[in-house]
Structures are given as structure tokens and as C-alpha cells.
Design a binder for this molecule. Structure first.
Ligand code: C5P
Length: 228
């Protein structure tokens, strides 16, 4: 079996209020993006890693990892799903329909090698694929305006993380079909709308997405605790 990684890294990260996109903020002496890519390379399972980078991105060319032989650059897209699709197109000709693709956010630098291997080991014989996720410990409210109109049964609520692991051909056709649909906020949702039921694999809750300024300090703390 052949495994590819796709890393959408073409966001601007507005919620960070920073002077540069969040994937280029500093974390442990490197950029967030370099730390994320280093984790994927350390897993030693990927034939190639396609990174979707905005065409106006002036930071990427200066990163040494941009010249790594396993790294393939693809143009970024308007939304995250467009960036993922662009990276999948960059793998066309190399990737076979049944190959596995693990899509992982550039902004998740705390992914452990153990979780990558756990996801792969659990799903490698699955016809479709699935995602890392964590069970929700918070009580979740359904809200309209400022009023609560219901409480979700949290025993079947999970928070989706990345990597999300799917067959190359299936993922590409699902994203193509659902292109422009605002309901597509991750890869699994595109497959769900095509009628598939992707699997859930319990991941580590410290696999956070850098979203708000304080998340950088949190990521540094988590990374220092990890044994990988
Ligand atoms: O903004 P958000 O946190 O949802 O972004 C998740 C990931 O998707 C980030 O790694 C970001 O760089 C990427 N992204 C992208 N292309 C976009 C928007 C987001 O590659 N147009």
C-alpha cells in the first residue's frame, strides 16, 4: 500500500491577529508549518507530502524544508477544501486510485507519530477511510439567536481532528462534486454528502489546531510533554 500526505497551508489565519499567517508563526525555534511537516516526515510512511501554499506566499521559498525531496508544492485555493483538491491534483500521475491520502492541517503541529501510525493501522484495510477525532466532554447546545433550543446528546458527539485518511480517487471525486458547498469543513463531510460513512479513530486531545494567539503557548507545552 502507498500513503501520501496532503497539507493545506494556504490560509491567512485571521483569528490570530498576527502579522503573518499562523503557519509561519514561531514554535520551538521553527515555524509552525516546519514543525508539522517534520512530524509527518518522522512517521516514515509517506511517499510524498503535497503542501498547498498560496501563490503570494513569500515565506515558503525561504524554508529549507521546501527543497526536501519528498515535499511537493501545490497552489493554494480559495477555501481549505480548494487547497486540498489542488494538492490532490498535484499528485495525479503519481498516486493511484486506491492509494491512501492523509490530509493534515498545517496548523496542527502537535500530531504524534503514534497517532499517525494508529490511524493507518486501524484503517488500512477499510474500503473508504476515516478520521482522528476526540469524544466531546463539553455539553453542546443548539442555539437560535441568543436562546438555547436544545441540548445534543454528547454520548455520540465527536470533535473532528486531522489527519483524515481516505482513498485518493474517492476523496478527489467527493471534493470535486462538493466544490463550493459551504457545508464542507473537512474531508469527511465531503464523503458523508456522497453517502459514505467514514470511520472514527480515537486520537489524542492535544492534537490542537493553532487558532487563537494563546494556542502557540499551549502547543509548546503539549509538545514538551510528548514522547512521540
Ligand atoms: O482556518 P482554519 O484553521 O480552518 O485552517 C485549517 C487549515 O487549512 C490551515 O492549515 C490553513 O492554512 C489551511 N487553509 C488552506 N487554504 C485556505 C484556507 C485554509 O490551505 N484557503
Amino acid at each position: 500500500q502507498t500513503f501520501w500526505a496532503v497539507v493545506p497551508a494556504a490560509g491567512v489565519g485571521k483569528r490570530m491577529n498576527a502579522n503573518r499567517p499562523k503557519q509561519y508563526l514561531e514554535l520551538g525555534g521553527q515555524t509552525v508549518l516546519e514543525q508539522t511537516l517534520a512530524r509527518l516526515l518522522q512517521a516514515e510512511v509517506f511517499r510524498g507530502i503535497a503542501v498547498a501554499v498560496s501563490e503570494e506566499d513569500g515565506y515558503w521559498p525561504d524554508l529549507p524544508i521546501a527543497r526536501h525531496p519528498q515535499i511537493i508544492r501545490a497552489p493554494g485555493g480559495k477555501e481549505r477544501a480548494d487547497s486540498v483538491l489542488s494538492a490532490l491534483h498535484a499528485l495525479a500521475g503519481q498516486a493511484a486510485t486506491d492509494d491512501w491520502v492523509l490530509v493534515h492541517d498545517a496548523a496542527r503541529p502537535c500530531l504524534t507519530i503514534t497517532d499517525i501510525h494508529h490511524l493507518i493501522a486501524t484503517l488500512r484495510d477499510d474500503p473508504i477511510g476515516g478520521i482522528l477525532a476526540v469524544a466531546s466532554h463539553d455539553t453542546l447546545k443548539n442555539v437560535q439567536g441568543e436562546s438555547i433550543i436544545g441540548t445534543l446528546d454528547r454520548s455520540y458527539i465527536w470533535r473532528a481532528l486531522t489527519p483524515q485518511m481516505f482513498r485518493y480517487g474517492l476523496l478527489k471525486s467527493a471534493l470535486q462534486t462538493q466544490q463550493g458547498n459551504p457545508a464542507i469543513t473537512d474531508e469527511a463531510s465531503a464523503l458523508e454528502l456522497q453517502g459514505w460513512q467514514p470511520k472514527i479513530v480515537a486520537g489524542r486531545p492535544d492534537n490542537i489546531k493553532i487558532t487563537r494567539p494563546e494556542d502557540l503557548a499551549l502547543a509548546e507545552f503539549y509538545r514538551a510533554q510528548q514522547t512521540l
